[in-house]
Design a binder for this molecule. Structure first.
Ligand code: SAM
Length: 339
């Protein structure tokens, strides 16, 4: 009789999955609330989580303390809109102090950044990504269903003044919308020494995604080369990294492409995610999650939580399957997972 081969779960190594991917990167959502309503991300009407459902700063930090010995050394705070979480700089400070954590980043829509950039920098944050899809106020209102472009621009400039270098600007790339935004955004980034990154539109929002609506990375690259000037792969170009990085031949900085659809980077994925209500997800598109909140709330021993994390990572699938008929869209939309 042939017995099935069961690959044993490693108990000492770094956070590995069965494809040999090592996980060192944790994205933590600190709230599902947002002060914008980007059409590709979330619905207009939302029932947000109750405050008591959210992990406290102490619970988040305790989780980070438990996963750092497993090899997690890179953290990114996100949401929802993370700056809506009161006293966020305090959380940054708490996480930065955890032994083994080398890098703490933040992804924000920038609306509240003008006042928070300096306190966040002082708390130890060094990496910041601001999401901005357009420089046109009407188009901003159409995409986000709110006003606020000026506040975002103020926030970006405040982040530069506070010392963040680089400040990365993330724009979602949607056919019919992005074409007219690429050159103005790329010029704006060059002018202010920001790093512009375009992210291919993914099926994770509340709206109806279709492949035809993705404005692909290679189309954006062509547009920039024709409208601004030649680009070449950056010196430290890493074909396995999520962002393909390019440099302007004239020394005008960098531009990155996150081509999740046309060039999925699942085989080099090193990420796990913790939602604001304490669910662990081993993929943005995961259909299953593990609830670690009860264990954090009843002070379960570190080994119990560490073993759950190991199991969750070990069972990670090969990739998101967006380009196949097998793809199943997760129930949660982006704002409740954490982008
Ligand atoms: N509120 C913060 C912000 O706007 O950066 C953090 C959360 S937001 C969900 C994180 C990132 O996900 C943003 O850059 C946003 O543009 C991106 N995003 C949301 N929905 C997306 C989609 N359907 N496809 C690609 N990127 C998406």
């Amino acid at each position: 009789m042939n017995l099935p081969v069961v690959t044993p779960l490693p108990s000492r190594e770094p956070l590995l999955d069965t494809f040999g991917r090592v996980h060192n990167n944790l994205r933590i959502s600190v709230t599902d609330r947002c002060n914008l309503r980007c059409t590709y991300c979330m619905p207009e009407e939302v029932v947000f989580m109750d405050k008591h459902q959210l992990l406290t700063f102490e619970e988040i930090t305790r989780f980070v303390e438990m996963v750092a010995p497993l090899g997690i050394d890179k953290i990114r705070l996100t949401g929802g809109e993370p700056l809506l979480r009161r006293n966020l700089p305090r959380l940054v400070e708490m996480i930065c102090k955890v032994p083994g954590i080398k890098d703490v980043g933040l992804t924000t829509n920038g609306i509240m950044l003008a006042n928070l950039a300096q306190p966040l920098y002082e708390a130890g944050l060094r990496r910041i990504n601001v999401s901005l899809d357009t420089l046109d106020p009407g188009r901003f209102r159409q995409l986000t269903r709110r006003d606020g472009l000026e506040k975002v621009l103020d926030g970006i400039l405040a982040a530069r003044r506070a010392g963040f270098d680089p400040v990365k600007i993330n724009a979602v790339s949607i056919r019919g919308i992005t074409e007219s935004e690429v050159i103005p955004l790329a010029r704006f980034a060059r002018e202010h020494k920001l790093e512009m990154r375009f992210i291919e539109y993914m099926p994770i929002g509340a709206d109806q995604w279709e492949r035809d609506k993705v404005y692909f990375a290679h189309e954006i690259l062509d547009q920039i080369e024709q409208g601004i000037g030649p680009l070449s792969p950056a010196k430290d170009y890493d074909p396995k990294a999520p962002a393909m990085e390019f440099e302007y031949a004239d020394g005008g900085g960098r531009v990155g492409m996150i081509a999740s659809i046309s060039r999925p980077f699942c085989m080099s994925c090193n990420r796990v995610r913790l939602t604001a209500d304490g669910k662990l997800r081993n993929c943005l598109f995961a259909l299953d999650e593990v609830d670690v909140k009860p264990m954090l709330r009843d002070n379960s021993p570190a080994e119990v939580i560490q073993s759950l994390v190991r199991k969750n990572v070990w069972t990670k699938w090969e990739g998101h399957e967006i380009n196949s008929a097998r793809f199943v869209k997760p129930q949660r939309t982006m704002h409740t997972i954490g982008g």
